[in-house]
Design a protein around this ligand. Structure first.
Ligand SMILES: NC(=O)C1=CN([C@@H]2O[C@H](COP(=O)(O)OP(=O)(O)OC[C@H]3O[C@@H](n4cnc5c(N)ncnc54)[C@H](O)[C@@H]3O)[C@@H](O)[C@H]2O)[C@@H](O)CC1
Ligand SMILES: Nc1ncnc2c1ncn2[C@@H]1O[C@H](COP(=O)(O)OP(=O)(O)O)[C@@H](O)[C@H]1O
Ligand SMILES: [K+]
Length: 494
């Protein structure tokens, strides 16, 4: 499934019109899809449709007409003269069926809500240009306070469709029928919550046109299945990807260990941890190589044979002293290299090393991305798609921008987003687990973007499984425990 900005959606509409499918046809399909969703999900005998002056209101008139056959329908409208020609046409069609919209005034709305109807919110869609205020804002507040169930058309009115940020008063929908494609706001918090249950309705725009106009893919288990690693029955450990993990410090040895454990559970052929100090070795499968950051660490690492480091993961819990050699360390081997946490150093030399390397995967959270982009974490949170794309373009690396919704961006512009997982994953170490499993899965250097996408979905699925068991009290090692079953579910399409 694709994710659309308002601009991309308008371009797709226009392309459909140019190809011979006028907007009026799309509006008819949109309104019918909304009426169908009402029939499928709500039993209310009474439906109150609120129509704005744009095309979103036009969809509302169409839905009202289709619902007349099965429900008691009333329509309140923001302006008695809709601005768009198509919406005007649809309003006339409704009049022809004997239903006359009334002005959306305070007294009329209060009276209508007393009957506890299902409210169909067709006030504003993707054409919102500024926060709601005045009478409209008051009407939205009244609808929210009424406790009535609300089905929003395309976007909950007042939510700006291109950002997860909430700009002002908005409808809190029970369900939203998005038209033709998912909107950016439906995937990112906090706006995501305003959509309630979100679905996408096909309104007759040809698939090829939709594909050509959207730049972001919404990740799903079905979408990444083809990119899960598989192994031949006669394979051996040096063929499925050996991983060198350069990580850990006296304080953060656990981060290194969790990354190594996750990599093993994600099928790495051999996992070697290079860190300073002694390693407790609670998992005997992890091979430990001692490293001294003050004494020729690059020399020690160079001595490790090629076959021990077909992929590298650098960063979880990394000793601060490693910062001095990071650029040289990144450039030391040209194998796929995942850079996480302490290895996301930033600065000119670091950026050059990452770019020259050309096979890196960066896994910043919002704070780390902000540091790399020399901006604020708030700016990254407000525009995560742009932040991930910019970083990927600047560094030539695949970027996994982590958060409640995670964005994956490739230097060639491909972008994907995933809103899975569980809020319990907001706990120390879950990022180390992701880094470890990406290390295991990024052995296919021709498909770093695809493997990163698959890893993000599998990690989130493990979080969902662990969340179902432990709730908000889940801890990072629970993800490792849940991972094999999550991987199997993805593979088998369960
Ligand atoms: N491909 C699609 O997705 C299709 C979308 N259609 C509908 O068209 C909608 C977009 O239509 P429009 O572009 O007409 O936009 P809207 O229907 O969202 O309305 C925007 C109108 O309200 C005004 N406005 C914006 N913000 C305001 C504010 N805060 N206070 C008061 N007035 C404000 C604008 O000037 C504009 O006239 C979609 O959301 C969808 O419902 C369908 O009708 C057909 C196809
Ligand atoms: N509310 C949430 N919902 C879903 N996933 C989340 C949520 N919060 C965090 N995550 C996921 O958990 C991981 C946290 O990573 P990170 O912040 O690097 O943690 P740490 O550095 O402690 O390991 C990321 O993969 C992120 O996508
Ligand atoms: K709406």
């Amino acid at each position: 499934m694709k994710l659309f900005s308002a601009h991309e959606m308008r371009a797709a509409d226009q392309a459909a019109a140019d190809a011979g499918i006028p907007l009026l046809l799309l509006m008819e399909a949109a309104g019918r899809a909304v009426a169908d969703a009402v029939t499928r999900h709500f039993a209310h005998p009474e439906v109150l449709v609120l129509c704005g002056g744009g095309n979103n209101g036009g969809d509302g008139y169409v839905a009202a007409r289709h619902l007349l056959a099965s429900r008691r329908v009333s329509v309140l409208e923001l302006s008695s003269a809709p601005r768009s020609d198509d919406a005007r046409t649809m309003r006339r069609a409704l009049l022809a069926h004997g239903l006359t919209p009334r002005p959306l005034e305070e007294a009329a709305l209060t009276r209508a809500l007393e009957g506890r109807p299902l409210v169909v919110d067709a006030l504003f869609g993707s054409g919102l240009t500024r926060p709601l205020e005045g009478e409209v804002a008051a009407a939205v507040a009244r609808v929210n306070a009424s406790g009535c169930e609300v089905l929003s058309v395309d976007v909950p009115s007042g939510v700006a469709s291109d950002t997860g940020e909430l700009l002002g008063p908005h409808v809190r929908a029970t369900r939203t029928v998005q038209l033709a494609g998912a909107k950016v706001a439906s995937l990112f918090h906090p706006a995501r919550a305003a959509f309630g249950a979100a679905e996408v309705a096909d309104i007759g725009i040809p698939k090829a046109i939709l594909e050509a106009h959207a730049s972001v893919t919404v990740l799903s288990p079905d979408g990444v299945r083809a990119h899960l690693p598989t192994r031949a029955p006669d394979t051996h450990k040096y063929e499925v990807g050996t991983l060198l993990v350069i990580a850990g410090s006296a304080t953060y040895l656990g981060a290194a260990e969790m990354a190594c454990r996750a990599a093993l559970r994600a099928g790495a052929g051999l996992v070697t941890l290079a860190s300073e100090g002694s390693f407790p070795g609670t998992w005997p499968e992890i091979i430990h190589e001692r490293l001294a950051w003050d004494h020729d660490p690059l020399g020690t690492l160079a001595e490790l044979g090629e076959n021990r480091a077909q992929v590298r993961l650098i960063g979880p819990g990394l000793d601060r002293r490693a910062a001095a050699v990071l650029p040289a360390l990144i450039g030391q081997r040209r194998v796929p290299t995942v850079l996480d946490a302490g290895a996301l150093g930033g600065g000119d030399a670091w950026e050059r090393a990452v770019r020259d390397h050309g096979r890196c995967v960066l896994t910043p959270h919002h704070g780390e991305a902000a540091k790399l982009l020399e901006t604020s974490a708030k700016a990254v949170r407000t525009a995560p798609l742009e932040a991930a794309r910019t970083l990927a373009e600047r560094t030539g690396a695949v970027v996994v921008l982590k958060g409640a919704t995670t964005v994956v961006a490739a230097p060639d512009g491909r972008t994907a987003a995933h809103a899975g997982g569980h809020p319990g994953m907001a706990t120390g170490g879950t990022g180390d687990v992701l880094a470890g499993l990406l290390g295991a899965w990024c052995s296919d250097e021709g498909a770093l973007f695809e493997r990163a996408c698959a890893g993000v979905v599998a990690h989130a699925r493990a979080g969902e499984r662990a969340g179902a068991r432990f709730g908000d009290g889940l801890i990072a090692t629970d993800l490792i425990g849940a991972f094999p079953e999550a991987w199997r579910e993805l593979r088998e399409g369960r």
